[in-house]
Design a protein around this ligand. Sequence first.
Ligand SMILES: Cc1ncc(COP(=O)(O)O)c(C=O)c1O
Length: 374
Amino acid sequence: MPPTVPFNDLHPRFAAAAAEYRAAVERVLARAWYVLGPEVEAFEQAFAAYHGGGHAVGVANGTDAIELALRAAGIGPGDEVVTVAHTAVATACGVERSGARPVFADIRADDYTLDAAALAAAITPRTRAVVAVHLYGQAARLTDLRAVADRHSLLLIEDCAQAHGARDEQGRRVGTVGDLAAFSFYPTKNLGAFGDGGAVLARDPAFAARARRLRNYGQTDRYHHADPGGFNSRLDEIQAAMLTVALGRLDADNAERNRLAERYLRGLALADLPHPRPGCEHTYHLFVARVPGRDAFRSRLAARGVQTLIHYPVPVHLQPAYAHLGGREGDLPETERAAREVVSLPLFVGLTDAQQDAVIAAVNADLLAHRPAA
Ligand SMILES: Cc1ncc(COP(=O)(O)O)c(C=O)c1O
């Protein structure tokens, strides 16, 4: 039996602007120019303008965007990059593919983002950069992280894959405080394509130019190649045309996600809910609560027809793929506790109030039934 409330459903997103999306695809088909053309340029300009300036470079996906951001800044073999282990594994993949060594620092208990003190403690003479992840739609502590990065002359790179449009407590859009930023446009992201896509955002035009060359075989002019290690990480015209439509809807979509989040925050009787940090604009890419006894809770919700997911059940430092880095259980206590306790509830554009009320009723009935004895 399908769940009463699915974790996600992408149909409503397309349906809300079907005519615009269809027109965007038709435009590309009529032009018959499919890769790195006028649609990519137009999207890059619109995306940079949305961030108040800088230079955007459309690439194939968010993992490549992290790799390219690092490589564009000259970071590679022999360098260390501090990041978090409580994230999509792609953050670490991107660092690793740049040739640099990922070094994992712990997160804060309150908002799951990189802890500035843990970052400072992880810095060695080889550290060149920090990749801060704006997890679940909430900005990382950019003021504190920027201060540590500046004190140690490190580059600050923002992984914005889960937080398009979010703002920190100083009102700054994520992606505009770091030296470079990486975005994913995977379909489930707040700014989602209809296939894979990503972007690098850079303040320094030289970094942007290098990322632009590297995404296209290191090419400067047709059949002339300046940068070694170039590869194919191009954004295609159909995705770019669709993304331009989606970008125009991003703020309204984020507002709808906030409306839904507020309904959860008011209605759910759970003790540990993701309230936005005062002064910040959260974008609720995911609505993540902490629940002791999480796995049993999830099974009971599934029996009541509510689909949930865990972001993320195994921290990156404990994944077999990163065993060679020497991570051990106990290294990152808050990261490991988050992996045991977090649960993501359904929140997407198109979730109906009735579906959401069903989630709230299921969660609250479960809490009543499983309240610890006084
Ligand atoms: C935090 C984070 N970083 C990076 C990525 C990588 O993006 P992509 O899947 O487009 O390669 C993702 C998406 O899964 C993500 O959530």
